[in-house]
Design a protein around this ligand. Structure first.
Ligand code: ZN
Ligand code: ZN
Length: 360
């Protein structure tokens, strides 16, 4: 039960595959959907040589992953470096999910009525942000706010890439993994609550997003009465709140509390000095975490082989429960077990929707 055996710069692919398929079935449609002949060969390798042995025996020998890498290269889907060079999980995911198997796009974003489709979302932040020890929730909200985007629909699987400058420079020392991602206020055309009184919101104010009076995060939605009051203040007179669109046929008299739409974190991919590892949640409890490294150990030199490792890492729970102030004081090198990697090296967060993944 050691996971996927790494070989020759494969860690990006091993970690992505382990993260996606070890304990989640959210992307299983990828393995069973109808495809053309050429794509079917790749799909079969993915299913029979990787996902099945991983789930049945907990182990996948490195030759199976190498077979997939060679197929990706030979079939002309990518350049000739796919079986040899280091890549990004994003490049691999886009290739397999979007280009080859052509799964219905995982992510649909909307800006002023236009819909953009993608398989991952890269978080961008403007220069003026004041985040120091952000949660994934805050990063996602800031990025959408800054780029004027909203989710067009609830994604069954949401893949978020953390902000980076260049190849190795990290923007934040630590990021707090939000175990749940509340997307209620980020969904376009969904009924939302006024942040002040809780009534059905009719207006959203992008200028109030960064106003510290209402808390440092979250989209600012108001009912008509509250918006009028809030924007009476001289510093907010120039704001231009926009109308919130409700779904067609939404009952006029409907009253809060409105259901919140939340996605669950199921895996995190981390990178440190260009080596990828992953964390997977294997149960509902806060301590139910696994750490996976496809090249944890090595036997022999040139003609030797890597020994992968899967280990439980309940120690991350302690840090997840800390207050931001307490967490900020933790010296990375003194953090227990593998917790440092989760908090300091995360590059990609994988979320799933418990309700939507039943339909896709
Ligand atoms: Zn209100
Ligand atoms: Zn405002």
């Amino acid at each position: 039960m050691k996971g996927i055996q790494g070989h020759y710069n494969s860690c990006y692919m091993d970690s992505t595959l382990f993260g996606l398929f070890a304990c989640s079935s959210v992307l299983d449609s990828l393995l069973f959907m109808a495809t053309h002949r050429q794509e079917a060969a790749i799909q079969t390798t993915l299913l029979q040589q990787i996902v099945n042995p991983l789930r049945r025996y907990g182990f996948v020998p490195s030759c199976n992953v190498m077979k997939l890498r060679k197929q990706l290269q030979q079939e002309g889907y990518s350049d000739h470096t796919f079986a040899t060079d280091e890549k990004d999980p994003e490049e691999f995911l886009t290739l397999v999910v979007q280009k080859i198997l052509q799964l219905d796009p995982l992510l649909k974003l909307t800006a002023e009525g236009k819909v953009q489709e993608n398989s991952c979302y890269q978080i961008f932040l403007d220069q003026k942000h004041t985040l120091v020890l952000p949660t994934v929730q805050q990063l996602f909200e800031h990025s959408l706010h800054w780029s004027g985007l909203a989710l067009a629909e609830i994604p069954s699987c949401l893949i978020l890439q953390m902000p980076r400058f260049g190849k190795n420079f990290k923007m934040f020392d630590k990021i707090i993994p939000s175990l749940e991602l509340d997307i209620s206020d980020i969904l376009s055309e969904s009924p939302r609550e006024c942040v002040l009184c809780g009534e059905l919101a009719g207006l959203a104010c992008a200028d109030c997003f960064t106003d510290p009076t209402f808390g440092r995060t979250g989209f600012k939605l108001f009912c008509l009465t509250c918006s009028e009051k809030v924007h009476l203040h001289p510093t907010r007179k120039a704001h231009q709140p926009s109308r919130v669109r409700l779904p067609k046929g939404y009952p006029q008299g409907a009253r809060p509390p409105l259901p919140r739409e939340k996605l669950q974190l199921f895996a995190v991919l981390c990178i440190e000095t260009s080596h990828y590892v992953s964390f997977v949640r294997h149960g509902p409890r806060p301590q139910d975490w696994l750490f996976f490294d496809s090249m944890a150990d090595r036997e022999g030199d040139q003609d030797g082989y890597n020994i992968p490792q899967v280990q439980e890492c309940p120690e991350v729970e302690r840090y997840l429960q800390m207050s931001p102030a307490e967490l900020a004081c933790q010296l990375p090198r003194e953090m227990e077990g593998v917790a440092k990697r989760l908090f300091c090296d995360a590059s990609m967060y994988l979320y799933q929707s418990p309700s939507m993944c039943l339909y896709r």
